[in-house]
Ligand binder design. Structure first.
Ligand code: FES
Length: 168
């Protein structure tokens, strides 16, 4: 039986400087098929202790850590709109295609360049009150990091992702 490969699916371009370290001589892992990952969907693929988020955006398919750049929540159970994924925890929103923050987390904190952003609340909700003591300090000092991207290749409808080797 022949398999119908959606030929329109392509790996998405991403900022080269945000390529994950260790992929130059990395391991190639299978991440399912394009058919099972229609545009607008995402899923987690695990290789040893590395959880990878595979996303089919309007710009193509890409792979990043399945960890929010804020406090590591699994983005695979967040929501996806176009290239933008929303974290299931503190409402941080991130553009997977550019690597940029669209909306800082409700808890505030440092952006990738070290600039401080205060806590905030969605429209219609009471402003968030910072908790006292160490918790406020921890929020304030938590940095929202940039994504690290894993190269994606499509081979006859299969999705392959290159990740750092974990040979011990
Ligand atoms: S863990 Fe994702 S926004 Fe906080």
């Amino acid at each position: 039986m022949s398999i119908d490969h959606p030929t329109f699916a392509i790996p998405a371009a991403f900022p080269a400087e945000l390529t994950a370290p260790g992929v130059a001589n990395g391991a190639v892992i299978e991440a399912g098929t394009v058919v099972d990952l229609p545009e607008g969907t995402m899923r987690r693929v695990t290789y040893r202790d590395l959880d990878v988020l595979i996303v089919h955006t309007p710009a193509g398919i890409l792979a990043v850590d399945d960890r929010c750049p804020h406090m590591s929540a699994p983005l695979s159970i967040g929501s996806l709109e176009g290239c933008v994924v929303q974290c299931p925890l503190h409402e941080g929103r991130f553009d997977l295609c550019s690597g940029e923050v669209v909306q800082m987390p409700t808890t505030g904190g440092l952006d990738a360049d070290g600039e401080y952003h205060p806590t905030w609340s969605p429209a219609g909700k009471d402003p968030k009150v910072d908790p006292p003591g160490k918790k406020a300090e921890a929020r304030r000092l938590t940095r929202v990091r940039r994504f690290r991207y894993y190269p994606v290749h499509l081979v006859e409808g299969r999705i392959e992702v290159t990740v750092p080797r974990q040979d011990g």
